[in-house]
Design a protein around this ligand. Structure first.
Ligand SMILES: *Cc1c(COP(=O)(O)O)cnc(C)c1O
Length: 365
């Protein structure tokens, strides 16, 4: 048996007919940028996130940057986030000229709320909790702290589309949220893409301007902006794919349940409060002998990956922030033992059972 870590072609194959039809329809329309598909896709995303406004953008990193920029966060400001995320969470903060301030995470890989207050200074402007692996961060507690200090809260929901926190979808739990629809996310388009969700109409109107050169009409810009638009073609694909999102999410959760059953007592398993609904963008276990396990699985044609092996505060780009080894002990310890197993809706139960069986085999030897 063969279980690759990802296989994007399987989803494409299943939807090939519909996607190809849309490719031709949009192709013949000649309306490749800001077409009606974009408006329709944004409306569907707003509904999904239970917010007033969804704004499509070029990618998830731009989504974070545009929110920060629109809130006037930049030079001299500090923004709190977690050090165990993908680089973009902190990179977006640095890109607008602000300073990323890291706060260690808990057992669930999300920001440790009890440590946030200590990291707040008079320069702090916002908190960016990351719903890592599609498991919602504790938003109620984070919002309480933010309100106390007058800070903005921006969800990094890049890995969490479809997840729910206490019965509410991620994306409506803060001032604004950033999503990525990159091919390696649990819900993805056929290239780079992202969007912002918010109930803040002023913020939305401002972002709609600055994502399109600051243009207020065809010929004039009132503010400096940039180009971060979603293609009509990608929006058309997105509308096809959105019809399947709830089924795919359920399938991610089914596969996770199989792993949770099969690997109970063998490895450290992900935990998510019962009141939430995690989407398992990644299924992350923690193990001893990770290198040996990875090569054992590799020998058995099973792909796995590490998300992420180098904590953000220990990367070269963070040098000037002044952190060192030992600054965030939980993140650092987890980075040495985490392992992401294959998980995507197209996996067959036999494949998931095969992966589980090989892991059990490894630890019984
Ligand atoms: C992927 C990702 C991003 C960035 O999204 P892109 O679309 O790749 O720019 C930001 N934050 C997290 C947590 C991510 O996983």
């Amino acid at each position: 048996m063969d279980v690759p870590f990802v296989n994007l072609a399987l989803q494409f194959k299943a939807l090939e007919k519909e996607l190809t039809q849309e490719f031709c329809r949009v192709g013949y329309s000649g309306n490749y940028v800001m077409g009606p598909e974009v408006v329709e896709f944004e409306a569907a995303l707003a509904k999904l996130c239970n917010v007033k406004q969804a704004i499509s953008v070029g990618n998830g990193t731009d989504a974070l940057e545009l929110i920060l920029q629109a809130y006037g966060i930049g030079d001299g400001d500090e923004v709190i986030t977690a050090p165990n995320s993908f680089i973009a969470s902190a990179g977006a903060i640095a890109a607008v000229g602000a300073t990323p301030i890291f706060v260690d995470v808990g057992e669930d890989y999300n920001i440790d709320v009890s440590l946030i207050s200590n990291a707040i200074t008079e320069k702090t402007k916002a908190i960016i909790p990351v719903h890592l692996t599609g498991n919602p961060a504790d938003m109620d507690a984070i919002n309480v702290i933010a309100a106390q200090y007058g800070l903005k809260v921006i969800e990094d929901a890049a890995q969490a589309i479809g997840a729910e926190y206490k019965g509410r979808p991620v994306g409506c739990l803060s001032d604004a949220a950033a999503f990525s629809l990159h091919p390696l996310k649990n819900f993805h388009l056929l290239g780079d893409a992202g969007f912002i969700s918010t109930n803040d109409e002023n913020l939305a109107a401002h972002i709609r301007k600055i994502k399109n050169h600051g243009l207020i009409n065809r010929d004039e810009s009132a503010t400096w902006g940039r180009n971060s638009r979603l293609d009509s073609m990608q929006a058309a694909f997105g509308l096809i794919k959105l019809k399947h999102l709830s089924n795919w999410t359920a399938r991610f959760q089914e596969i996770a349940d199989i792993y949770l059953n099969e690997l109970d007592g063998i490895v450290n398993l992900p935990v998510s409060p019962k009141v939430n609904s995690a989407v398992y963008h990644n299924f992350v276990i923690r193990v001893e002998d990770r290198t040996k396990l990875m090569s054992y699985l590799g020998d058995n044609n099973i792909g796995c990956k590490i998300h992420y092996p180098i904590p953000l505060h220990l990367m070269g780009c963070s040098k000037e922030l002044g952190y060192k080894k030992g600054s965030f002990p939980v993140t650092e310890k987890q980075a040495g033992s985490i392992l992401s197993l294959p998980i995507y809706p197209e996996l067959a139960n036999e494949q998931v059972l095969y992966v589980s069986q090989k892991i059990r085999e490894f630890y019984s030897e």
